[in-house]
Design a protein around this ligand. Structure first.
Ligand code: 2BA
Length: 111
């Protein structure tokens, strides 16, 4: 059993949820917010068998569009996390398609 944690843009939430359900997956949606843009996004929790992980990721990938977002920070001086932004002169960042984590599930029960 695996747990897929997938962060998708809010705009893609409905179609991703619909297609996951059509594909036979159970999912839970959480309203979340990115630490960088501080914009709302959606985090899916999908518990599934290991053999179906690739299928779920294919669906998420297919329906999560890449977008350009305007970066709200003054560009050129700050350091955020491990990334030095000293040399960045862009005012836009590319968001997505989706950010996906796959984790082992030690135990799964519906009680
Ligand atoms: P945000 O944190 O709002 O990030 C939005 C976009 O800003 C990122 O797109 C990336 O292009 C840029 N960005 C984020 N942090 C940055 C940094 N420290 N320096 C320079 N640019 C940065 P994505 O990478 O597609 O991420 C979309 C959303 O997925 C993120 O929204 C966050 O909510 C989540 N995410 C991405 N990577 C993650 C990670 N390693 N751990 C946890 N959540 C993550």
């Amino acid at each position: 059993m695996k747990l897929i944690i997938a962060i998708v843009s809010k705009e893609d939430e409905s179609i991703v949820a619909k297609e996951l359900t059509k594909g036979g997956f159970f999912s839970t949606r959480l309203a979340t917010k990115g630490g960088f843009l501080t914009k709302g996004n959606t985090t899916f929790l999908i518990g599934t068998h290991e053999s179906k992980v690739d299928k779920a990721i294919d669906i998420i990938k297919k329906y999560s569009k890449e977008r350009k977002e305007v970066c709200p920070y003054p560009v050129g001086s700050s350091e955020i996390g491990e990334f030095s932004m000293n040399s960045m002169h862009v005012h836009e960042v590319i968001v997505g398609g989706a950010t996906v984590f796959v984790m082992d599930v030690e135990r799964f029960e519906k009680v």
